[in-house]
Design a protein around this ligand. Structure first.
Ligand SMILES: Nc1ncnc2c1ncn2[C@@H]1O[C@H](COP(=O)(O)OP(=O)(O)O)[C@@H](O)[C@H]1O
Ligand SMILES: [Mg+2]
Length: 263
């Protein structure tokens, strides 16, 4: 694979097989979460943030720092209450005793009452009403921890719904990357790719432009960097040496391509 394509791959948008980078937002959420599970009773917690802020990456990392807890993560919330509760029962190794929803709920609560099960649900803004109701019942039983990750925008309406608004709830906020963090992240990735000289081309000033275009959003930043290196790859293949350095013009081209600048 060509050199620039290899670098571009480092900035592909994905949740698994990434070089995890700890931001101040992540450190804070991690601390807050550890404090809550340590000091409070089982409840529903919310993780909110813009799309692309790193919520899914954070959920993926839960097992690594929530020690003493058993974590399960659901990536998409498209399930029926019956299927969800069945999954909880069967994963414990037990058999469903009675297939009515009410009995299954009681069975699941009995199984997990004394456990330390931490259930994370990604894209929770898509949960159906019956699922939200079920989660409320399960959380009220004090048998489960829940962490619901959702888009900031949609979370406002969801948190106003009676199931949530009627009880105090904790909201963890995944903020964006600061300029310094974006700079350090880019340096980290390029160093890991053994590209010290390109890392030097990414000056604070240059990264500032990226930060401004992407508004500190992790996904947008990665997509822009991915595009930038793919353009450099194209240029190299076509023998256009002038375009094989991260210039301002190249950044504009990548941003137009990614829809960050409209023309
Ligand atoms: N802590 C992190 N370290 C490295 N990359 C990250 C981190 N957080 C997010 N990313 C990257 O940013 C992009 C968006 O992250 P993701 O978790 O999918 O956001 P969200 O779930 O909030 O939409 C992904 O490409 C992911 O690899
Ligand atoms: Mg996500």
């Amino acid at each position: 694979m060509s050199r620039f394509k290899k670098i571009a791959q480092k900035f592909e948008d994905r949740v698994e097989n990434i070089d995890f980078f700890e931001t101040s937002a992540i450190a804070k959420i991690q601390n807050d979460l550890l404090k809550i599970v340590d000091e409070e009773t089982k409840q529903i917690l919310f993780l909110i943030g813009e799309p692309g802020s790193g919520k899914s990456v954070f959920l993926d990392r839960l097992p690594s720092f929530l020690q003493g807890y058993e974590t399960i993560k659901f990536d998409t919330p498209f399930f029926e209450p019956v299927d969800f509760i069945k999954t909880l029962i069967t994963r414990s190794g037990e058999k469903v005793e009675d297939f009515s929803l009410e009995s299954m709920i009681q069975q699941a609560i009995a199984i997990y009452k004394a456990s330390n099960l931490f259930i994370a649900i990604d894209e929770a803004q898509l949960l159906s009403k019956p699922m939200v109701e079920l989660i409320r019942i399960l959380a009220d039983s004090k048998a489960f921890w829940f962490l619901l990750a959702m888009h900031r925008h949609e979370s406002e309406a969801i948190l106003k719904e009676p199931q949530f608004a009627s009880r105090p709830h904790k909201v963890l906020d995944m903020g964006g990357l600061t300029l310094d963090e974006l700079f350090d992240f880019i340096q980290q990735e390029l160093r890991l790719a053994h590209e010290e000289s390109i890392a030097r081309d990414f000056t604070k000033k240059y990264v500032k432009s990226i930060h401004k275009l992407c508004k500190g959003n992790f996904r947008e930043s990665k997509k822009l960097l991915n595009k930038l290196f793919l353009l450099m790859d194209e240029a190299q293949k076509k023998g256009k040496k002038r375009w094989t350095k991260p210039s301002r013009c190249l950044l504009t081209m990548a941003a137009i391509d990614g829809g960050l600048i409209r023309v």
